[in-house]
Design a protein around this ligand. Structure first.
Ligand code: ZN
Ligand code: ZN
Length: 590
């Protein structure tokens, strides 16, 4: 199930240089001629809308978080009737799409159709074959959407509370159905469901109660919503108890296996490569990065250790140089103000170097992270959904509230003077934030709703390299070294995810890899292991998207010859919404 667009810094991270590996990717693309017939386009637009309205009736939580509020009073109860209706909606839509004369569409609608066809098949696969609703108890959690409805100001508070009042009455039925749906769960996902439902309880027990009390609802409305809130809270606690009691009997492996892995990689990532091919590119990439890091660390050694013998072992040398550079960091008190000051500098650099157009009418708001995001990540972008474009986009910055001084120091060393700048490039300018502004300007909602994660993350990772190549950071060796480290995290996200889910990689081995070969802290490595046991494929999006964008840029350069301009490439890449890079390849290389 797709959630509201929240791009987490801790989850996002980094890039890679082109390693000259172009296997199986240089065939020329046939030119598609669109006749752009107005009637065909108009009918398709109506059809798209009808389909989406039907989908939002069934997937009302998803709709709410996209900013579509027609079904806010409804909770999706996943009973047999729900699955039947969803199957009918999706299969009849596939049928209808197949009758459209695609060459009569505009280019934009043509790719809407491609995206829709893929996403519908993906939803069908997930529902009928992968069947996540039977073994992943974390699919069931109502609290996130209630938090959204309480905190997001898309309508007056009383209106939102009236919708909540209707929706909350369905919570007991929702969890009763969840218990029926779960057959043999993955124990790690059962624990995740317990933690997340437990963590979300406060939304109802505190935030909702506070909102109701301060609202201008009538006394009757207030007591009605509070009464049903109590019943809903009991239903959530009952679900948690159910999972705790059954957890020891669940024995489905969190590893999805090689066969499912290739399928899901194809559905979720939509690369032109298989997961196995991308994994082998990542392995090659590690050797390359270690070599480059070794050269830089070697050149910096006497600057930082004038009186110490240089380690002979390459990885040890790199580690020691990284260690000393990390001590250059801001204080906890100035963390947010440093980020705020950097945003206009990044905009200035992009403009001065003519890298791409940045719309001055859409400034980014930096803010301290709101309560419901506390502890999730040090920095994140939260953006309004495609149905709520007038909403603000925020750069949420963590506040370190309740952190021990050791934890703060370790975090500040991780986001040191150099890495903090790379983080701001990735999250904000010209990374995620800039990409979102472009995507929102693209006319179609389809491409935003079903945004391709590999394109979104790949772009952010690509911009880090693109900025440094263009001279950001004055080519300081320290900046490049830190970038390579940041970069390695992306590569190892791919390697780890693949090896865990298809090759039975064990925890200790995984942690060793991350600490020794990717220079990660122990806690970071342990967290990564944990994340890979409760997700799959998502961790491959960074490296895959990055790799494909770099390959595309090389081919585009070759095609354009002397008339190649980086600005044109960047803007062309962003101007079609968040579609898979393989489609951008067809468009740009045509
Ligand atoms: Zn990211
Ligand atoms: Zn320090």
């Amino acid at each position: 199930m797709k959630k509201t667009l929240l791009i987490l810094a801790g989850l996002s991270v980094s890039a890679i240089l082109s390693c000259g590996d172009k296997s199986g990717s240089t065939s020329s693309t046939p030119r598609i001629q669109f006749t752009n017939d107005s009637l065909t386009n108009a009918l398709f637009d109506i059809d798209k809308n009808n389909f989406l309205e039907g989908l939002w009736q069934l997937s009302s939580e998803w709709a709410t978080e996209l900013g579509h509020h027609t079904n806010d009073h409804r909770l999706s109860i996943m009973d047999s009737n729900y699955f039947k209706r969803k199957n009918v909606l999706l299969t009849s839509q596939i049928q209808r799409l197949s009758t459209i004369d695609t060459l009569k569409l505009s280019q934009d609608n043509y790719y809407d159709l491609k995206v829709l066809q893929h996403e519908i098949q993906r939803l069908l696969w997930n529902m009928n074959e992968y069947r996540q609703h039977e073994w992943d108890p974390s699919v069931y959690n109502v609290t996130g959407t209630f938090a959204y409805m309480i905190t997001e100001n898309y309508a007056p508070l009383t209106d939102r509370l009236k919708k909540i009042s209707e929706r909350i009455k369905q919570v007991p039925e929702y969890y009763a159905q969840a218990k029926l749906n779960i057959t043999n769960a993955v124990p790690e996902l059962a624990q995740l469901a317990i933690d997340q439902n437990q963590g979300g309880l406060e939304v109802l027990s505190k935030n909702l109660v506070d909102s109701v009390m301060k609202s201008s609802l009538s006394p009757f409305e207030k007591s009605d919503i509070l009464e049903h809130n109590q019943i809903a809270i009991r239903a959530i606690k009952d679900y948690i108890k159910f999972l705790e009691e059954n957890k020891s009997q669940y024995n489905r492996s969190f590893r999805i296996g090689a066969d499912n892995y290739e399928k899901k990689y194809a559905w979720d990532i939509q690369s032109q490569y298989t997961a196995e091919q991308m994994y082998s590119k990542a392995l090659t990439r590690v050797d390359y990065i270690h070599q480059e890091m070794g050269k830089i660390a070697d050149s910096l050694w006497t600057k930082y250790y004038p009186n110490t013998d240089k380690p002979t072992e390459k990885l040890a040398l790199i580690r020691q140089v990284l260690d000393t550079i990390a001590s250059q960091h801001v204080s906890a008190d100035s963390f947010q103000s440093t980020i705020e000051a950097q945003i206009p500098e990044l905009v200035q650099f992009v403009n001065d170097n003519n890298l791409l157009f940045i719309d001055p009418a859409k400034p980014l708001v930096v803010r301290k992270e709101p309560g419901h995001l506390v502890g999730i990540a040090g920095a994140s972008i939260s953006a309004p959904g495609p149905y709520y474009l007038e909403g603000n986009t925020y750069y949420n910055v963590g506040s370190f509230t309740g952190w021990s001084s050791d934890k703060i120091e370790s975090y500040l060393r991780e986001y040191n003077h150099y890495t903090l700048q790379i983080l701001n490039i990735h999250e904000a300018i010209p990374g995620h934030y800039t990409q979102l502004v472009y995507a929102n300007n693209a006319p179609s909602k389809v491409k935003s709703i079903f945004g391709n994660n590999a394109m979104i993350e790949g772009w952010a990772v690509y911009t880090e390299q693109m900025m440094l190549e263009s001279g950001y950071g004055n080519n300081a060796p320290e900046m490049w070294l830190m970038w390579y480290k940041w970069n390695l995290r992306t590569v190892f996200n791919m390697i780890l995810d693949y090896e865990i889910h298809t090759k039975d990689l064990q925890e200790q081995e995984a942690v060793n890899k991350l600490t020794q070969q990717a220079f990660q802290e122990l806690t970071e490595a342990q967290n990564k292991w944990k994340r890979a046991t409760v997700t799959n494929i998502q961790l491959t999006s960074y490296y895959t998207g990055y790799e494909e964008i770099i390959e595309l840029r090389d081919l585009y350069k070759k095609k354009m010859g002397k008339s190649y301009q980086l600005k044109t490439f960047n803007e062309s890449l962003l101007s079609h919404g968040s579609i898979p890079v393989k489609y951008l390849r067809s468009i740009l290389l045509q």
